[in-house]
Each structure stands twice: as structure tokens, then as C-alpha cells.
Design a protein around this ligand. Structure first.
Ligand code: FES
Ligand SMILES: [Fe+2]
Length: 459
């Protein structure tokens, strides 16, 4: 096995992420200055990991049944009796809010003859959990309450027919489940994440937009498009002018957690436009400068950068609109893309600048299909309790831009990312080489996911 010695550093010319945030109006947050990119193998990664039904089945048994995975938000199950169904491959878990405010998670399969107790992907309220086939009914706490024609079942042990449970825990408003009853606690599994997110509180936020798109590729192929910006100049050429890409900072903190830190309102080293700070601000903050008249645009003052003005404007907007004080956050925490990957399939963005998550999941039991969930959050205004957004489900043929609430910029970027994935998956199937060769730094986090997968697969 080929392994590099020492910490891997970015060799992209131009400013590093750290150089950029040291030019902001506030001292950089200490947590953003931490860098960790340990040496790894440089061996190729075979494509059967993305295309083989046998490998997919191993993932089902040894990964999806063993890991903590994001299922829903606290807002989805606020009141006793509220439930939310989380599906992963063949498995399905119902999360139920209890009378005492706690949570329980049950395997979504009737103990009579197996019917799903709640439809996949559903959510709602029910005072008890009743199977839709013959009506066996469980209490919210999982105890068996009623069996129609009970005289038919003198052999049934009610106590033994409690609903089988999965582990369920909530952190920062995010509810995770784990089918392995011997798993480590969620906070331990999340490694550095709770510490890093100490100032990035999402408990008083709610999902205001939730899009789920079906894709013709393996779930890892979809996820990995969001773990590197090496593809940005070709796939998102317009982004390079206002977003750092090849000079992103990639960090690996443990088996389960890695991140990329991407500066906004700066041009990438790959941009040749030479934009002024005012140009950068106009494109970053106010959208299309053709549409917003010049007199309405915020001006970059002497000695300021687009980033400094953008952070200031964001703080003002959050204060005015949501009564949310962001003065405790550095400029970079307010505006940048701080994207954490939690093994195996979740991205959570830190800070209020891009408050969202993305999650790739196998679609049913098809190794060649997946879904990508994008959930965007907004702060809850004082005195309000908005309902979480309904899921908008779209197919591969749909554009994200057709979904109400998606900005043209976000829609374009997501369309571009998801369009390339079917081509990549087809190419994997057509490959003569049969493996991929990853970049040592910019694609290091993809490799880490595969290494962690191997640890789970060997257990
Ligand atoms: S299958 Fe559920 S009650 Fe019969
Ligand atoms: Fe992309």
C-alpha cells in the first residue's frame, strides 16, 4: 500500500482559506484554524464498491445497521404521538414522540404478518400505532395494546410482542437513529462535531425547504460530489468567480468526521475575471447586478473587502428579520460554507451563512439508484412556531429551479452537480480501468469515507 508521510497540505497556488479569513474584520474563530489531514493510502479505489449488488448488501448489513444516521428534526415530532418514518435501503424506522417528551424509534414492521406500520416516507400524528392490515395496535411506548379477535391468539405473549426498538438521540435539533443497540452514544460517535458546533446553535431553526431528488447513481457517488471542489471550474464555471474552490481547506478529524471550509465572496485561483471587491459583493450578496439597480447596491468602503461588508449586512439582516444576534461569530462563520461530513452520509453546514444539510441514501435496494435530500433552515422568529417544510420529491428529469423557494444560483449549482452524476455512474459501469485515482488533498475526504467503511465491513 502506498502511504504518504506527514500531514498533507494543499499545494494550490494563491491564498489559502486561512490567509483569507485572517484578512477579515474579526479575528478568525479558533475552530476554523484547526487543520488536520493525515497521510493516507494513495491506492486506486475499485468501482465495484459503487456498482456491485454484493457490496451493496454488505453495506446494508455492516454499515447501515451499525451507524448513527440523521433521520429527522425535533420539529418533525414536536408533540406526543407525532411520528416520522426514516427509510434506508430495506430498513424502515418510525420515530415517535413519547408522552413524557422523550423519543423512541421502532422497526417499521408489524409483529403479526410484517406489514409496514406506517407508510415509508410518511409523517404525522397518531394516538397509538395501529397496523393497517388487521389492526394490531401498540401504545406509543411500544407495548402491545390490542389484538382483534384476541381469542385466536391464546399463544401470544403480549410482553414479548413489544415493538422492537432502535436507538434514537437528538443533538442540536437533529434526530439520529442507530439500529445497533450496542452502539456508542451519539455524542461520542460525532467526535469533534459537538465541540465545533458549540456556537452554531440550530435548535431554534426549522426546515423551510426540503427537496428530495432521485438520482441514477450509487449513494456514494452522489455524496462524493459534495466532498471536493476539484470539479468546480468545469461543472460550475460561474461559481469560481465568487467562491474559493481549489483552495478550499479539507480536514479529517476522525473515522466519522471531516469538513471543507470554503470562502465566499472571493474569487477562486481558477477565476480569470479579476473582479473588484465591489463586483464580488454585487455578485455574492445581491444576486444579478443587472437586476438590482446601482443605487440600491451596498457599497464597499475604503479599506474594506466584499467579505467584510457581506458579513456586516448578514448580521444586520439576521437582527432585523429574526432578532438573532450574530455578534459572537467571526465574519467567516457568518458568511462561509463550513461543510461537515458525518459518516456515512450526512453533510451539516456550520454557521448561519448556508444553514442546510444534504444527505444521500440508497433508493430501496438498488445499488445504481439513490436519493439526495437537501434541507434548508431558517431561524424561528420570536413567538412563532412554523411547521417544517413538506418534502418536495423530484425526479432526475426535474430541475431544482422548478421548486418554489429555490434561488436561481442554488438551483443551477444543484442541477449541475446532479446532472454529472448519472454520467459518472454510467462511466463507472463502462470502465476498463475499473477503479478511480483520487487527488491526494482535494479528494482526501472521499478516501477517508472508504477507509472507515472498510473498518465497519471488517467487523
Ligand atoms: S399484518 Fe399487521 S395486523 Fe396483520
Ligand atoms: Fe459541485
Amino acid at each position: 500500500m502506498n502511504v504518504e508521510v506527514g500531514r498533507i497540505e494543499s499545494k494550490t497556488p494563491g491564498k489559502s482559506y486561512e490567509d483569507i479569513i485572517r484578512g477579515d474584520s474579526t479575528p478568525p474563530a479558533e475552530v476554523l484554524l484547526r487543520r488536520s489531514n493525515p497521510p493516507q493510502s494513495t491506492d486506486d479505489i475499485p468501482f465495484y464498491r459503487y456498482t456491485s449488488p454484493e457490496f451493496f448488501e454488505l453495506e446494508m448489513q455492516k454499515i447501515w445497521r451499525k451507524v448513527w444516521q440523521f433521520a429527522c428534526r425535533d420539529e418533525h415530532v414536536r408533540e406526543p404521538g407525532d411520528y416520522y418514518v426514516y427509510d434506508i435501503g430495506r430498513y424502515s424506522i418510525v420515530i415517535v414522540r413519547q408522552d413524557d417528551g422523550g423519543l423512541k424509534a421502532y422497526h417499521n414492521s408489524c409483529l403479526h404478518r410484517g406489514t409496514k406500520l406506517k407508510p415509508s416516507q410518511s409523517s404525522g400524528y397518531s394516538a397509538s400505532i395501529q397496523c393497517p392490515y388487521h389492526g394490531w395496535t401498540w401504545n406509543l411506548d411500544g407495548t402491545l395494546n390490542e389484538v382483534p379477535c384476541s381469542w385466536e391468539f391464546p399463544h401470544l405473549d403480549y410482553e414479548k410482542n413489544r415493538l422492537p426498538e432502535a436507538l434514537v438521540e437528538s443533538w442540536n435539533g437533529f434526530i439520529f437513529i442507530n439500529m445497533d443497540l450496542n452502539a456508542v452514544p451519539l455524542l461520542e460517535y460525532l467526535e469533534v462535531v459537538p465541540e465545533h458546533f458549540a456556537k452554531w446553535d440550530f435548535t431554534n431553526w426549522y426546515p423551510y425547504l426540503h427537496i428530495q431528488k432521485e438520482l441514477s447513481c450509487n449513494w456514494k457517488t452522489a455524496q462524493e460530489a459534495f466532498m471536493e471542489a476539484y470539479h468546480t471550474p468545469l461543472v460550475h464555471p460561474e461559481m469560481t468567480h465568487v467562491v474559493g474552490d481549489w483552495n478550499m481547506q479539507h480536514d479529517i478529524f476522525g473515522d466519522h468526521v471531516s469538513r471543507d471550509l470554503c470562502a465566499l465572496a472571493v474569487s477562486s485561483p481558477t477565476s480569470k475575471l479579476g473582479l473588484t471587491e465591489q463586483d464580488l459583493l454585487d455578485r455574492s450578496l445581491l444576486g444579478d447586478p443587472e437586476i438590482v439597480p446601482a443605487e440600491k447596491r451596498v457599497k464597499v468602503g475604503d479599506g474594506e473587502t466584499a467579505r467584510i461588508v457581506m458579513a456586516r449586512e448578514m448580521r444586520k439582516t439576521f437582527k432585523d428579520t429574526y432578532s438573532l444576534d450574530l455578534s459572537h461569530l467571526s465574519d467567516a462563520e457568518v458568511i462561509d460554507s463550513l461543510k461537515y461530513n458525518i459518516f456515512p452520509n450526512l453533510f451539516i453546514y456550520g454557521g448561519p451563512g448556508l444553514p442546510q444539510i444534504q444527505q444521500a441514501r440508497p433508493l430501496g435496494m438498488d445499488v445504481n439508484r439513490c436519493t439526495l435530500d437537501v434541507i434548508v433552515f431558517r431561524p424561528v422568529k420570536p413567538g412563532e412556531e412554523p411547521d417544517p417544510a413538506q418534502v418536495v420529491r423530484i425526479t432526475e428529469a426535474n430541475s431544482y429551479k422548478d421548486v418554489p423557494g429555490v434561488s436561481a444560483f442554488m438551483g443551477d449549482v444543484l442541477d449541475q452537480d446532479t446532472q454529472i452524476l448519472a454520467w459518472q455512474h454510467e462511466g463507472m459501469l463502462a470502465s476498463e480501468k475499473g477503479a478511480e485515482t483520487l487527488a491526494r488533498y482535494q479528494e482526501s475526504r472521499i478516501r477517508r469515507v472508504h477507509e472507515t467503511m472498510d473498518k465497519y465491513l471488517s467487523r
